[in-house]
Design a protein around this ligand. Structure first.
Ligand code: ATP
Length: 583
């Protein structure tokens, strides 16, 4: 298959901001592909060669890509610097220079998908002292044979930033349109939620149709999208919602970990599907030791503890996220895992069983030790019992409680946020809203003391219905000097020369960013806003929802991907919760 056919589709996708149009461009294209190529092209459309959880990444640095472009086009380094300052996107630079090329090499041949995949695979696996040089030459070898549009997407694939605005939800829509009907969309999405592998779902669909996707099971080694909790403003409302009886668990303040135990190998994944096994080698080894089954998938919260075994706040466990010096960190920052769910045991899919059954299975399957414990859980039958449990949780330095349904329907809903689990934190008693995890979509140049830096950021929430990031506030408070100084390093690789098609904004910042970096923000309240686009015209005609007095808490949510930031629907329900709190 010719790579130019794929690049042309990416180009058409980039040219539209309509999710419906993107869906139909993708679905028309998908229908004509053989299943194996479809799988690979789905990964490429996300700037990858494999599913997100796969440990290896192409991730070439911009500088290295620029070297490959200058090597191919025969352009001086100073000219490249000038273009980089102007464009900020290696893809655009490659495209411009390939257009200016007098003629392609005499030996150039049309690029095929196979050739592109072959070189990209070698780039991914290049190791050793001269690996940077090897990667540069492998990319240049592809650029030699590429036309301008092909060059644009080659450079974007290797940096992992495609800028075509098509997220996983659009691809799932397109797959349903190509190989099924609208009614099949939930089954296809469940396939994705329990495997986290868009390419695999696409290939399965193309081979065996929706019936084959319905048969997909959770599998050790394929991380599962995590189940999430709703919020309510009081314990008594939670008890009403739960029908007067539920399980309550302490809500621990640590890092969520999904452990995949397979005979002698254990892998730990973050909620963002990063492989965190090397950050918690002690937990991985102890889980294997305590697990009585050959294979299992469990979830738990890893919490840092002091030398007397008391729980410490979240910040302490983040020392375990370091890339280097892990042996020392393991010694300096001991942790425990509190297990709260089991999703598979010896290849038996537990996700469709009610919570009570899952909890019994978790008890049966694991021995406990200092390091491996179960979350404290009790069955609660009244608001008073709930309040008492909540106070005990706070006494143990937990953040609050998780109330969990005990009904027959209390399955594990991978990837979804619903009222089967409801969280209640200490903060809800004191503040009108919870904290928000918002994605940076733009920045405003600073003035006065902040001149020459970014002075404020434009922040957005994710609308999972439209697939767009909708603005909710301009954030200029809570940044210390070190954070202000480090902002360009953290954000500039996501600069976008134009308003990204996935961002819905009426407030126009000085610079735009591709939605990537997530910051935790607190605010005095949520109010109607004439300028912000979240929930536009839902609560009131021509008004959206915005945050009043937003402040950065200091926490960058590296454990969340952009589509996992606070959603517009959550902001609407927090707005309603705030009205109840005020009342
Ligand atoms: P969310 O996970 O809801 O997107 P978040 O990551 O900001 O939001 P919280 O709102 O604080 O986290 O609450 C949910 C998280 O609480 C879970 O993802 C999990 O990491 C953690 N947690 C702690 N204790 C438990 C428990 N007993 N059961 C389930 N989750 C728990």
């Amino acid at each position: 298959m010719l790579y130019s056919d794929i690049a042309d589709v990416f180009d058409r996708l980039e040219g539209t901001s309509s999710r419906l149009e993107m869906t139909s461009i993708f679905s028309d294209f998908f229908k004509g592909l053989d299943p194996g190529s479809l799988r690979k092209i789905v990964y490429l459309s996300q700037g990858r060669l494999h599913p997100d959880f796969y440990n290896a990444e192409l991730g070439m640095a911009d500088k290295l890509v620029l070297r490959a472009i200058s090597f191919t086009a025969g352009v001086s380094e100073s000219k490249m610097d000038e273009l980089w300052k102007k464009e900020g996107d290696p893809g655009k630079i490659a495209e411009t220079l390939m257009k200016n090329r007098k003629q392609a090499s005499l030996f150039s041949e049309p690029l095929t998908l196979e050739k592109v995949l072959k070189n990209l695979t070698m780039i991914e696996s290049a190791e050793g002292r001269d690996s940077q040089d090897k990667k540069m030459k492998l990319l240049s070898n592809l650029l030699m044979d590429s036309n301008p549009v092909e060059a644009r997407y080659l450079c974007r694939i290797v940096t992992g930033r495609m800028r075509i605005g098509a997220g996983s939800m659009t691809i799932l829509d397109a797959l349903a349109e190509a190989f099924g009907t609208k009614e099949d969309r939930p089954d296809i999405e469940r396939g994705f939620n329990i495997t986290c592998d868009l390419g695999f779902v696409a290939e399965t669909l193309a081979i065996g149709g929706v019936e084959a996707v319905k048969k997909m099971k959770v599998t050790v080694g394929n991380p599962i999208k995590v189940m999430l909790a709703e919020r309510l403003p009081s314990i008594s409302l939670i008890m009403d919602r739960m029908g007067g009886r539920c399980a309550m668990e302490f809500k621990y303040d640590g890092i969520r970990v999904q452990a995949h135990i397979d005979r002698d190998s254990v892998k730990l994944y973050s909620r963002r599907l990063e492989d965190m096994t090397s950050n918690f080698p002690d937990i991985a080894a102890e889980l294997r030791k305590q697990c009585r089954a050959e294979r299992a998938i469990i979830e738990g919260e890893c919490v840092a503890i002091d030398k007397d075994g008391n729980m410490l706040p979240f910040q302490n466990v983040t020392h375990r996220r370091k890339k280097h010096g892990m042996d020392q960190a393991v010694e300096d920052y001991p942790v425990k895992i509190f297990m709260f769910d089991i999703l598979s045991v010896d290849d038996e899919d537990m996700t469709l069983r009610p919570l009570g059954e899952r909890r019994s299975k978790l008890n049966e399957t694991f021995g406990l030790s200092d390091m491996i414990q179960l979350t404290t859980m009790e069955v609660v039958n009244s608001p008073e019992e709930g309040e008492d449990f909540f106070n005990r949780a706070l006494g143990k330095k937990c953040e609050g409680i998780m109330a969990k349904s005990l009904s027959q329907e209390s399955v594990y809903r991978a990837g979804s946020r619903g009222f089967l689990w409801i969280k209640y934190k200490k903060d809800y008693e004191e503040a009108l809203t919870d904290s928000f995890d918002l994605v940076v979509v733009g920045a405003f140049h600073g003035r006065g003391k902040r001149a020459g830096k970014y002075g404020a950021l434009l922040m957005a929430a994710f609308d999972d219905e439209s697939g767009k990031y909708c603005t909710v506030c301009k954030l200029g408070t809570g940044f210390d000097d070190a954070f202000l100084a480090g902002m360009p390093d953290m954000l500039d690789e996501y600069l976008s020369e134009t308003h990204p098609s996935t961002v819905d904004a009426e407030m126009i910042p000085d610079v735009w960013f591709l939605p990537t970096v997530i910051l935790e923000v607190v605010a005095a309240e949520i109010s109607l806003s004439p300028i912000h686009t979240a929930a536009k015209s839902i609560m009131k005609d021509n008004a959206g929802l915005g945050l009043r007095f937003p402040r950065f808490t200091g926490r960058v949510r590296e454990d969340k991907g952009p589509e996992e930031c606070t959603t517009v629907n959550e902001i609407i329900s927090m707005f309603e919760m705030q009205a109840q709190n005020k009342a």
